[in-house]
Design a protein around this ligand. Sequence first.
Ligand code: MEV
Length: 430
Amino acid sequence: MPRARTSRIAGFYNLSLPERLEQAAIAAGLDDEWTAMYRVAGGLEPGQAEHMIENVVGIFGLPLGIATNFLINGVERLIPMVIEEPSVVAGASYMAKLARASGGFLAESDPSEMIGQIQVLDLPDPNQAAERILAQEDALLAQANLADETLVSLGGGARSIEIRILEQTAAGPMLIVHLIFDTLDAMGANSVNTALEKLAPSIAQLTGGRTQLRILSNLADRRLARARCQVAVKSLAFDEFPGEQVRDGIIEAWAFADADPYRAATHNKGIMNGVDAVVVATGNDWRAVEAGAHAFAARSSRYRSLSTWSLGKQGQLEGTLELPLALGTIGGATRVHPLARANLALLGVQHARELAEIVAAVGLAQNLAALRALASEGIQRGHMELHARQVAIAAGAEGELIERVARQMVASDKINLEAAGEFLRAEEAC
Ligand code: MEV
């Protein structure tokens, strides 16, 4: 797999779209076969889309940008991000630039252990049923391993069984079997669900109970990824805002999020702006990642921040992020969608854990970008400049006129379709 020789591409923002692709391909060592995939509109042919879901009538495009400057565990990474929201790619790139001056991001991840659940009902004695299951753990694991012999031959497969008894539910007591299953480089939903379906009849026989749901849990809390970074206080200064003020504002913003679920939801949404953009770009299941992240954020019975920001010993800002990331680099859309494959090549990743570490680093960078803006000038100025461009396009501006109309809207503080139409007509009349 090629690897980025550098993620610092001078003036990347100012290049034309084809030049950006060319420069990114050079930096990442991608040849023409890969770059050709970026030139297909939407990155996907209708014929390919038809094999992915039902009743296909078209392809819905989203912008794919590349975030620069990322140094993660000492490795240069260009980051593909699919997202419709302005400022996200620029914010991640800029924060990565600030973090790389202090060594970039350090990240680590757990093994790819997913949890599959089997619901067992109508048990006269759930505790006795639990004992019976655990007494047969080895035989049950061997049976579960029949679900994916290739995965097992590569070192993955069933690891252990855990039992949870839910004494009080709306449907009475129930016993829940957790099958812990290492899916290696796959997200793993298919292997886990197949293993659960194989196992359920034996569980019913062993316990005398009735097995009902057999499905993986998206609270993948045995498959966590963590990232951390430091930013020197002087790099946080901008315009009239001193670095100390921005740093302390970021720590106060984090404290707010950690104490208040209303703020935590928005704070974590900012993290997921970065996380989801890479998850989508690599063809992974972003709904699974979203569900897991928010359930994990509420693990203490209160919904809290997924990140932490604190003051370091030398006065620097220190950040950490931890969240479940059930991602794959094989299987599903990661292999079927040509651009997902190209984006994995651009990232230079082969393994799911490596991808999860990158995604955690991008989430942390994105969180920092949002908090830095919120703790100083607010996010609206940057947002409005980019929003103005979208309004200009909606009003019919093309090419250079987009920028010119947008600039006039921002300068006159009138960012709406009517104003865009007026500025556009005036420009066209020139
Ligand atoms: C907007 O998409 C994300 C933010 O609201 C995140 C935050 O408030 O931390 C800016």
